[in-house]
Design a protein around this ligand. Structure first.
Ligand code: DGT
Ligand code: CA
Ligand code: CA
Ligand code: ZN
Length: 578
């Protein structure tokens, strides 16, 4: 039975649902696959265990039919009926939907009318002008699709950290269980928690290299072999991702882990320093250049100590100043998950969220949060149910009731996610804004605006005394949407001057501010709110990706709004200090 992780099954369900839609199957049928994919992403237990126990239908949103389909996938690697379906619509058609701006409807039209069955086909058709006159594909749309293809190609091959890390953990776990294996761990950009990763790098410590390489080729998670040698095997996995597995000497585990964690830039800088001290450093250890004597290799700490440096967290190994600090025996002070006392950005069913205020509160209580910011969308975002003043007052009444409960739950804070308009204004009059505990303001439209125009909107919004936090500043969606073109330096300067905090949005596709912006904000002393922007209660778990990115940006808990007790948090708000 090939081993799938939950994310891989969820992706397969989504792809199959899309394929059914493109094939013209009825709506109820293809939606049931998407619904199941969504449910599975919220399911904590390993899907294979659930299936083996015959409990798939216990997953909310998964009925008997889909359970049978998942079982077939886990058993055979294919959904029942896959062959008949792909005889009608090639599986490659699904890749069209990965292009930003393309949905199943458009893909269906392209396939039905022009037999376009892949991104290559589509690119060719655009170049030859064959989309001209096709209903729903005006010149502007075609232009957007062409740009989308370019963006997709630039990103493709890279994987979101949130998709790669579960695979890496699973692979390392399977390797650790093999006979003769002393240790196994993931390295590379995953260990550095980079927001996207090129591939999955896993190290195995063993004395039996050939035995382990053979075993790797036969792991349940492996679907194909890309290359296999004495100490390195590259494989395709059930999630469609490549992984490199390297065998290393157990006695020199630390040197290998250090080397293959990288980054390459960090390692290059280390080698330069080693050279200046008459030393050599490689994946086998630190050596004296003259005699070749090995000075260290057992642990990472030994390797760095032999180079005269403190051991630094993987997240900062990007050659952005961490080496100079480590040479002084210091490491940056970095925020950790337990420092987090609450979440300041969440949505409910009152707008486009899928959980109620009560469900969000219950989840926040489980996480041990002291407070939870309820920040639904404001009026101007009416297409997702943006709230009127009276709707907000109704929500406040409920918040007051919940806050009056003496059940140890978190304090609910009255907040809102305002929209920054073209003149830097926001949704409600000042008198009304003053009644929130705090306000977040975000850019939600105008992605094509010039740098001057978009920057000006943010700068003006920050001058509003009731705008306490700017949400997901650049608006990027990794692999899907480019960021706003903004003068980040000017914005950070203004944030410092006005005391406006900037959000680090923890959604795995956003992670915005990014590490580079965060280091700038750190220097300027701008406060950071690490927010999940949860659209359902389970997404509070995204905090993990926010913390990882904050650490990559050298952010300490002392600079994080939601790492403070509620009193301190309140005293930091712009409105309180005004
Ligand atoms: P990725 O996969 O593109 O997200 O980034 P990495 O950092 O995982 O890069 P990858 O997979 O090519 O290599 C893994 C690690 O191995 C890398 O972080 C550092 C080390 N490494 C690989 N190639 C070189 C190299 O040519 N020079 C040095 N110094 N280190 C290297
Ligand atoms: Ca890698
Ligand atoms: Ca690699
Ligand atoms: Zn939001």
């Amino acid at each position: 039975m090939p081993a799938y992780d939950n994310a891989a099954v969820a992706n397969a369900l989504d792809d199959f649902g899309d394929l059914l839609e493109i094939a013209g199957e009825d709506r109820y049928r293809f939606l049931s696959y998407h619904k199941a994919a969504h449910a599975l992403r919220a399911w904590d237990e390993d899907i294979t265990s659930t299936a083996l126990a015959g409990r798939l239908t216990e997953i909310p949103g998964i009925g008997a039919k889909i359970a049978a389909a998942i079982e077939a996938l886990l058993r055979s690697g294919e959904f029942t009926g896959m062959a008949e379906l792909t005889a009608r619509v090639p599986a490659s058609v699904v890749e069209l939907i990965r292009i930003p701006g393309m949905g199943p409807k458009k893909a269906k039209t392209l396939f039905d009318e022009l037999a376009i069955a892949s991104i290559d086909d589509l690119e060719e058709a655009i170049a030859e002008g064959r989309l001209t006159g096709l209903a729903g594909f005006g010149p502007k749309t075609v232009e957007n699709i062409a740009a989308g293809i370019e963006r997709y190609r630039a990103f493709s091959g890279r994987i979101l950290l949130a998709d790669a890390l579960p695979l890496a953990e699973k692979l390392a776990g399977e390797l650790r269980a093999l006979p003769g294996v002393v240790d196994a761990a993931y390295a590379g950009s995953i260990r550095r928690m980079k927001e996207t990763v090129g591939d999955v790098d896993v190290l195995v410590a063993t004395e039996d290299a050939s035995g382990v390489m053979t075993a790797v080729r036969e792991l349940p998670i492996v679907t194909g072999i890309i290359g296999s040698g004495d100490t390195k095997t590259s494989v395709m996995t059930t999630s469609g991702r490549q992984a490199d597995v390297r065998v290393v000497e157990p006695a020199c585990w630390g040197a290998a882990l250090q080397y293959f964690t990288g980054s390459a830039e960090h390692n290059v800088h280390l080698r330069r320093i080693a050279k200046s001290r008459g030393l050599k450093v490689s994946e086998y250890g630190v050596f004296r250049a003259d005699t070749g004597e090995r000075l260290a290799c057992a642990t990472e700490a030994d390797v760095y100590a032999a180079l005269g440096m403190a051991l630094m967290p993987p997240e900062v190994r990007e050659d952005t100043g961490e080496i100079a600090l480590a040479l002084e025996g210091r490491v940056p002070d970095l925020v950790t998950q337990p420092d987090i006392r609450g979440d300041l950005h969440s949505h409910t069913v009152a707008t486009d969220g899928r959980s109620t205020l009560e469900q969000n509160r219950a989840r926040a209580a489980e996480l041990g949060y002291e407070y939870l910011g309820c920040s639904d969308h404001a009026y101007e975002l009416r297409m997702v149910g943006g709230l009127s003043q009276s709707e907000i007052e109704a929500q406040w009444e409920r918040i007051d009731e919940l806050n009056a409960l003496d059940d140890g739950g978190p304090v609910l804070l009255k907040s809102i996610e305002l929209n920054i308009d073209d003149e830097g204004g926001v949704d409600y009059p000042d008198e009304f804004l003053a009644r929130f505990d705090y306000c977040i303001a975000s850019l939600h439209h105008g992605f094509n605006q010039s740098r001057e125009q978009a920057t000006r909107r943010v700068l003006l919004a920050m001058e509003n005394p009731y705008v306490d936090i700017i949400g997901h500043l650049t608006g990027r969606l990794l692999g899907k949407r480019d960021p706003f073109d903004l003068d980040i330096e000017a914005i950070i300067e203004k944030a410092a001057e006005t005391g406006t905090a900037l959000e680090l949005n923890a959604h795995p596709e956003r992670l915005d501010l990014n590490d580079v912006h965060l280091r700038m904000a750190r220097k300027a002393g701008v406060r950071i709110a690490i927010d999940t922007d949860a659209h359902e209660a389970m997404q509070f778990g995204h905090m993990r990706w926010g913390i990882a990115t904050a650490r990559r940006g050298w952010i300490a808990s002392s600079q994080v709004l939601n790492a403070q007790p509620l009193d301190t948090l309140r005293s930091w708000l712009k409105r309180e200090r005004a």
